[in-house]
Design a binder for this molecule. Structure first.
Ligand code: FES
Length: 106
């Protein structure tokens, strides 16, 4: 159960014990982290679960696959470490992962 920190735009941090095999999006919703809307329920079809992976975690988390990359075109203020959190599957080596929530979703 790695610990993930979500940082919302005002700087508030939400530390969550995340379940391996679930997604970064699901753990945010389950723990009432504000700013993740996840309108499509995790089907990679809405871009309202957009997060910025902390730069030092970008390699560990990895790059988006083609479908996610296409959907990120619809996200607001995309940056180099942008990911759709429903496409990030939690693993043990995510212990201490930090993601930031954008000002607004698409
Ligand atoms: Fe819709 Fe992630 S929840 S793309």
């Amino acid at each position: 159960m790695p610990k993930i920190t979500y940082i919302v735009p005002d700087g508030t941090r939400f530390e969550v014990d995340a379940e391996n095999g679930s997604t970064v999006m699901e753990n945010a919703i389950r723990n009432a982290v504000p700013g993740i809307e996840a309108e499509c329920g995790g089907a990679c079809a809405c871009a309202t679960c957009h997060v910025y992976v902390d730069a030092q975690w970008a390699d560990t988390v990895g790059q988006p696959e083609a479908m996610e990359e296409d959907m990120l075109d619809f996200a607001y203020d995309v940056q180099p470490t942008s990911r759709l959190s429903c496409q990030i599957i939690v693993r043990d080596d995510f212990e201490g992962l930090v993601v930031r929530i954008p000002e607004r979703q698409a």
